[in-house]
Write a protein that binds this ligand. Structure first.
Ligand code: NAD
Ligand code: UDP
Ligand code: UDP
Length: 331
């Protein structure tokens, strides 16, 4: 697993890649862009399954071809290697913009995708993040909360990048009449997640499988709310197809301390897994939990998969990828 500073580097890169990680899918005659990253690849599976034509745009910064390889040869599927920081000309009906790592992707990539949406009259969905709330002073967080972000902190490249992306999205909506949707995604896990990018669920699962100690940062009392990827994808599709701009919190309100998460991982994988405490990073949010009343009411959406049910589904995928029978992305 990776150290925290490297993980932040990766995260910055991830913002850049999210620009590229755009999924273009189609309803029979239409196309939407998407990315073969973790979330994007699951979204593509659902869109293809309902008969859309999907163009995936990705620069493979954090995404992997293996995540979408099972669609190769399907005439409704197309994979385009492209960095969304560069302009892109396509004809599509809907754009799911998931490309991310660092601020250039979040800002320039989002701008290009909004320009594309404006030119072709496509509906544009931004995958923003709960990180726009920063270290929140309101708990649980509602969409009306403006957040508490340190603009010069180690996390701010990601947080402010997404905040800027939200601003651009609303400006194109108000100024150019682009149909937009904004999702604020809370911590999501599942099969195909990057194994070594340093997020807590992937770290703990990989560590337990490799018989390494689980690294708990700080005192482990900070909280997060973990959402299984299929719940997120359902929410993203409902948001895209619905009539409401948002922003909408998409997350599972089940809140866990990192020590509680470590216990669930021990129960699921290895009751003898040890815990090792490590210093935490600066500006780490103390708690995070979505208020999802808005999504419940307006999208008819709420998560169905609890952490204890979802974690084993991810573990079997990680087991395969770590101990290697080369069937990545097949889950
Ligand atoms: P991911 O890194 O697996 O996917 C991002 C994809 O974007 C990758 O395939 C990457 O190669 C691609 N990409 C990055 N920069 C690009 C660029 N410049 N041009 C083209 N492609 C580029 O991440 P994910 O977990 O699937 O996240 C998807 C989106 O959801 C991101 O925007 C992320 O910020 C957001 N989000 C995710 C979570 C989570 O817990 N997974 C939480 C909040 C928000
Ligand atoms: N853009 C793109 N594909 C398109 C249309 C626009 O990548 O199909 C890019 C364009 O290169 C520009 C950005 O999106 O950098 C914003 O486009 P817009 O037309 O809104 O801005 P303008 O070009 O008028 O400044
Ligand atoms: N964390 C941890 N051990 C790890 C990785 C992360 O205890 O190996 C903690 C981290 O300090 C944070 C929480 O887990 O408090 C969630 O971290 P993650 O990077 O997964 O998500 P984010 O901070 O972006 O919500």
């Amino acid at each position: 697993s990776v150290t925290r500073p490297i993980r932040y580097m990766l995260r910055e890169q991830r913002l850049l890649f999210v620009f590229l990680g755009i999924a273009i899918a189609t309803l029979i005659f239409t196309l939407f862009p998407a990315s073969p990253g973790f979330v994007g690849s699951h979204l593509v599976d659902r869109l293809i399954a309902r008969g859309d034509s999907v163009m995936v745009v990705d620069n493979f910064f954090t995404g992997r071809k293996e995540n979408v390889m099972h669609h190769f040869g399907n005439p409704n599927f197309e994979l385009i290697r492209h960095d969304v920081v560069e302009p892109l000309l396509l004809e599509v009906d809907q754009i799911y913009h998931l490309a991310c790592p660092a601020s250039p992707t979040n800002v320039v990539g989002t701008l290009n995708m909004l320009g594309l949406a404006k030119r072709v009259g496509a509906r544009f969905l931004l995958t923003s993040t709960s990180e726009v709330y920063g270290d929140p002073l309101q708990h649980p967080q509602k969409e009306t909360y403006w957040g508490n972000v340190n603009p010069i902190g180690v996390r701010s490249c990601y947080d402010e990048g997404k905040r800027t992306a939200e601003t651009l999205t609303m400006d194109y909506h108000r100024g150019a009449g682009v149909e937009v949707r904004i999702a604020r995604i809370f911590n999501t896990y599942g099969p195909r997640m990057c194994i070594d990018d340093g997020r807590v669920v992937s770290n703990f699962v990989a560590q337990a499988l490799r018989k390494e100690p689980l690294t708990v940062y700080g005192d482990g009392k900070q909280t997060r709310s973990f959402q299984y990827v299929s719940d997120l994808v359902e929410g993203l599709m409902r948001l895209m197809e619905g009539e409401h701009v948002g922003p909408f919190n998409l997350g599972n309100p089940g809140e866990f301390t990192m020590l509680e998460l470590a216990e669930v991982v021990q129960e699921t994988i290895d009751p003898n897994a040890k815990i090792e405490f490590r210093p935490n990073t600066e500006d780490d949010p103390h708690k995070r939990k979505p208020d999802i009343s808005r999504a419940k009411e307006l999208l008819g959406w709420e998560p169905k998969v609890s952490l204890r049910k979802g974690l084993p589904l991810m573990v079997s995928d990680f087991r395969q990828r770590i101990f290697g029978d080369h069937k990545e992305g097949s889950s």
